[in-house]
Design a protein around this ligand. Structure first.
Ligand code: PLP
Length: 427
């Protein structure tokens, strides 16, 4: 056989194919699926009981009756249904203090916000470029950057998430001194009930970031990922998006929203908004190569759900449930004695996650004693270290109340705390 023929298949593939790794939590997920008794506090799934099954059936029946043209079962446009984009523009107007007037032509419908994030990195970045992220950040975004050969660098932030602007200015000065400043292509923020920190950005913090970038004459675009914005427990969070913050006017900003977490993950409809027309046009050109349009039926469902007021009603219901489940998770953790072992957290005000800090010497990584103990006790979590671009503090975990409730949630907490007690002997 010639040398050419003996070459391993992967060596013939793209640089991306060679670089891309198995998703970090693949191992955990496999474990979860192979052990029926295992309880997952890790999976980012929404609560099955809250999925609008009857409502979606009703909406599809309405669509089938009313749309004689059957266009919802036909290919649609690359940018997405005008009706849906108009309904999203209208939805943006309902948020408190959201003064930016968004129009349908500034919106692209995507296959979940995940596709929006991917399109955007493809549009802005080359391998070797730098994207600034929060510490911690959304781990699938970090993984995606690694796969695309793009370096994620953490913004210097304190424990409350506030940026240390002196340290930031120093980072900028170093990039300039090394001639690397052109490599920085984007800032990526998760600004409402963030995954995993559950933090929200205040108005002042947003304003200050814009001021800093303007004063330092840094033209960097910013992506604001608002995946959990609609899951606030009380009323809508009062801070507007960057689209409405004065210091960001004139700067390219891309807002990424989704109907997956707050409505139905399986319908997988998300959206991007930008007032920078070249950004929208560029993203559309790439999207045309991905799929030339998000599934039309899925869009039509969301369009009707929004227009009929069903979405707002659905949110009222699920917000209460997630608030109660997260309260229950925290109560159970306290009752089980986890805080006495040196664990702590900030109570979230929205979303379905809890970001928990373990004792400083504890290692929660996938290969740690603690992780093995959790697997022995049949309970899963997301290790915090995978949520950091660098530095990887190893004593955090991300817990989720998506999958479990009632007795199974209580049982999962019992198992988790047992593992924490047993692991405590080892540090
Ligand atoms: C912060 C964040 N952004 C984006 C996404 C992508 O969500 P989807 O593609 O379902 O809209 C997720 C999913 O977990 C997320 O946590």
């Amino acid at each position: 056989m010639s040398e050419e023929l003996k070459m391993p298949f992967l060596d013939r593939c793209s640089a991306l194919a060679q670089r891309i790794e198995a998703p970090v939590i693949d191992g955990l997920m496999r474990e979860a699926l192979s052990r029926p008794g295992i309880l997952s506090l890790g999976a980012g799934f929404t609560d099955n009981a809250l999925l609008p099954v009857e409502e979606v059936a009703e909406v599809i029946a309405e669509l089938n009756q009313s749309q004689i043209s059957r266009e919802h079962l036909q290919y649609g446009t690359n940018q997405g249904r005008l009706g849906l984009r108009s309904a999203i523009a209208q939805w943006m107007r309902h948020y408190p203090n959201e003064e930016a007037v968004v129009s349908a032509d500034q919106i692209v419908i995507t296959n979940g916000s995940q596709q929006g994030l991917y399109l955007n990195v493809q549009f802005l970045c080359n391998p070797g470029d730098i994207v600034l992220v929060e510490a911690p950040s959304y781990f699938i975004f970090l993984e995606m950057l690694r796969g695309m050969g793009v370096h994620a660098v953490s913004l210097p932030q304190d424990d409350a998430g506030e940026i240390d602007y002196e340290a930031f200015a120093e980072m900028v000065a170093q990039w300039k001194a090394r001639g690397e400043i052109q490599r920085v292509k984007l800032i990526y923020l998760v600004s409402y009930f963030a995954n995993p920190s559950t933090r929200c950005w205040s108005f002042e913090s947003k304003q200050m970031l814009g001021d800093f970038l303007n004063e330092a004459q840094l033209p960097w675009p910013v992506v604001e990922d608002a995946a959990y914005r609609d899951l606030s427990f009380e009323r809508d969070y009062p801070v507007p998006s960057l689209l409405s913050v004065e210091s960001f006017q004139g700067r390219p900003v891309l807002y990424a929203g989704t109907f997956t977490k707050p409505y139905a993950t399986g319908i997988k409809v998300g959206y991007l908004i930008s007032s920078t027309q070249e950004w929208i046009t560029g993203l559309l050109r790439i999207k045309a190569h991905h799929d030339f349009g998000t599934a039309n039926l899925n869009q039509a469902i969301i369009e009707r759900v929004l227009e009929s007021g069903r979405y707002a009603k659905h949110l009222e219901r699920i917000r209460r449930v997630y608030a109660a489940k997260l309260r229950e998770l925290q109560d159970c953790l306290v009752e089980s004695g986890l805080k006495d072992l040196g664990w702590d957290w900030m109570p979230p005000e929205g979303g379905l996650l809890l970001w928990v800090r373990g004792p400083h010497d504890l290692d929660t990584g996938l290969d740690s004693v603690f992780c093995k103990k959790c697997l022995e006790h049949d309970v899963l979590y997301v290790p915090g270290d995978i949520c950091f671009a660098e530095g990887n503090p190893r004593h955090f975990v991300r817990l989720s109340v998506g999958l479990l409730s009632g007795e199974s949630l209580k049982e999962a907490v019992k198992r988790f705390t047992k593992a924490a007690q047993e692991a405590a002997i080892h540090y």
